[in-house]
Design a protein around this ligand. Structure first.
Ligand code: ZN
Length: 183
């Protein structure tokens, strides 16, 4: 079921999500709602907190960009490359704003699947960025608060508008966004 995506005016986005301990029907329903809500918004990644559920669950759909689609439970960073990538980042919780943010080029992530089995996944470029961005959400961090100070200053007006529930003046959505589902 499509759920509303919280924006950065909602204080839940600044809270730390709790580990998943039960791999049950409720988790499957949550993951399905997350995929539905992400697709509705044309997103490529979503953390459970973005639909108001403070659990360490994230979903990614980068199939259109040649990567993977999946649900990752209790993800943790095992390793990240020293080499960094430049790139544009956006967030469904920060509508209308995207910005450059340096991230490691490659990551190795440990996680549990929907049955609780331990797994490992590696990703680079946009996939690495998506994992790191969504894992930050699980720790109550939003990308606009991690921008380089100079850039953050430039965008402060727009960020404040979104935090007040107002649209940004010159909305730019990230290029990598998935096509919205026809509805
Ligand atoms: Zn986000």
């Amino acid at each position: 079921m499509v759920k509303p995506v919280l924006t950065i005016q909602d204080e839940r986005l600044y809270k730390v999500s709790a580990p998943v301990t039960k791999f049950d029907r409720e988790l499957r329903d949550l993951v399905r709602d997350m995929f539905d809500s992400m697709a509705e918004e044309g997103g490529v990644g979503l953390a459970a907190v973005q639909i108001g559920v403070l659990k360490r669950v994230l979903v990614i759909d980068l199939v259109e960009k040649g990567f993977i689609k999946g649900a990752f439970i209790n993800p943790r960073l095992i390793e990240a490359s020293e080499e960094m990538q430049d790139g544009e980042e956006g967030c469904l919780s920060v509508p209308g704003l995207s910005a450059e943010l340096k991230r490691p080029r490659w990551v190795k992530i440990g996680y549990q699947d929907m049955s609780g089995n331990e797994k490992v996944v590696e990703g680079e470029m946009l996939l690495a960025r998506a994992f790191l961005h969504e894992m930050d959400h699980l720790d109550g961090k939003v990308f606009v608060d991690q921008l380089e100070p100079k850039l953050h200053k430039q965008l402060a007006g727009d960020i404040d508008r979104i935090k007040s529930g107002l649209p940004v003046e010159h909305a730019i959505e990230p290029k990598y966004r998935n096509r919205k589902k026809a509805s």
